[in-house]
Design a protein around this ligand. Structure first.
Ligand SMILES: [Zn+2]
Length: 94
């Protein structure tokens, strides 16, 4: 086993930063995060509601992306449909 590269521990002792946590999210959801980092990540989530929110919406986006392949358009934002409709109307009347 190779020695892990030494890392600078944050002076605050609060583990990873929000930026690092966000970097970890993708690997975390793919179960590719090393146990140590996974632990740090979960520890950060336990003290940082905004990252929990981010993870939640990220997870939803990923799920949505997968459902799109099944032709599910129910979750297209109404504002987007409105914008498309307005664009069509505009080009039709011009
Ligand atoms: Zn955070």
């Amino acid at each position: 086993m190779s020695e892990p590269t030494p890392r600078q521990a944050p002076a605050t002792g609060s583990g990873i930063t929000c930026r690092e946590a966000i970097d970890f999210i993708m690997a975390y959801l793919d179960n590719e995060l090393p146990m140590e980092q996974r632990h740090e990540f979960e520890r950060h989530l336990s003290v940082c509601p905004s990252c929990v929110n981010y993870l939640d919406s990220y997870q939803r986006t990923v799920t949505l992306g997968r459902e799109t392949h099944r032709g599910n358009t129910d979750d297209v934002p109404a504002s987007l449909l409105k914008a498309i409709g307005a664009a069509r109307k505009r080009s039709g009347s011009a």
